[in-house]
Design a protein around this ligand. Structure first.
Ligand code: GLP
Length: 236
């Protein structure tokens, strides 16, 4: 595992963009695993800036997002599909038809999850998986649990995650109680993993994730078993 600390959020975001640029340079048709939350916003801003400057080309790339809220349609402003369209997809030349976010509307999320994993495998697997980390150590929406869930699956959000994500909604009652997320098997199958974390508030959970016991009680800790993980941490 490579662990790098940066003095600023901007410096971290640029370093994360360098890793995306390197992946796309080596493999223009790379499969990118993408994440939401506030932490990747600076990275997406930087990718959009580099694309506008002619330094990046997403035309052959494919993307699969980690997760989506159950119950929100893709045009809901708090859905992760909407977030990705706003923050990245509409600002670069990725083919929207090759951007995938799990659907938040379905009669059968378990079946959808298996189909999502099968589609990722059929696309050749994820070359670079971006992750944030929740305050409780979740990655995607894999919440602390007694076991690691392997496949993309529906889950019930913990109270702490609902509270943490309430800042994006008008009231806490509007925060969906469930989500669909890539599983730990899906994430661990990525060839390369890039985890970004921002600020002193994340320092302790990141420390535990990278050097504490590997346990489903702190889902990000499983990354210690992945052969190619880079963690970028911004001190402020
Ligand atoms: C949400 C997302 C996670 C993300 C987390 C942290 O719960 N499902 O993928 O890592 O938020 O968000 P932030 O970066 O805003 O702290």
């Amino acid at each position: 595992m490579v662990f790098l600390t940066f003095p600023s959020y901007q410096a971290m975001s640029e370093a994360a963009a360098d890793i995306f640029a390197e992946t796309l340079r080596k493999k223009p048709d790379a499969v990118l695993g993408l994440a939401t939350g506030s932490t990747p916003i600076g990275l997406y801003e930087e990718l959009a800036r580099r694309y506008a400057a002619g330094a990046l080309d997403f035309s052959a790339a494919t993307s699969y997002n980690l997760d989506e809220y159950i119950g929100l349609a893709g045009d809901h402003p708090q859905s992760y599909r909407y977030f990705m369209n706003q923050q990245l997809f509409s600002r670069v030349n990725i083919d929207l038809a090759r951007t995938f976010v799990p659907s938040g509307l379905s009669d059968d999320f378990a079946t959808d999850g298996r189909a999502y994993d099968a589609a990722i495998a059929a696309a050749g697997g994820i070359d670079l998986q971006l992750l944030g980390i929740g305050n409780n150590g979740h990655i995607g929406f894999n919440e602390p649990d007694a076991v690691f869930s392997k496949e993309t699956h529906p889950i019930t959000l913990t109270e702490s995650t609902i509270q943490a994500n309430a800042r994006f909604f008008d009231t806490i009652d509007e925060v969906p109680r469930q989500a669909i997320t890539m599983g730990m098997g899906t994430i661990m199958a990525a060839k390369k993993v890039l985890l970004v974390a921002n600020g002193a508030g994340k320092a302790e959970i990141v420390r535990q994730a990278v050097s504490g016991p590997v346990t489903p009680r702190l889902p990000a800790s499983i990354l210690q078993f992945h052969p190619d993980v880079t963690v970028l941490f911004a001190e402020q």
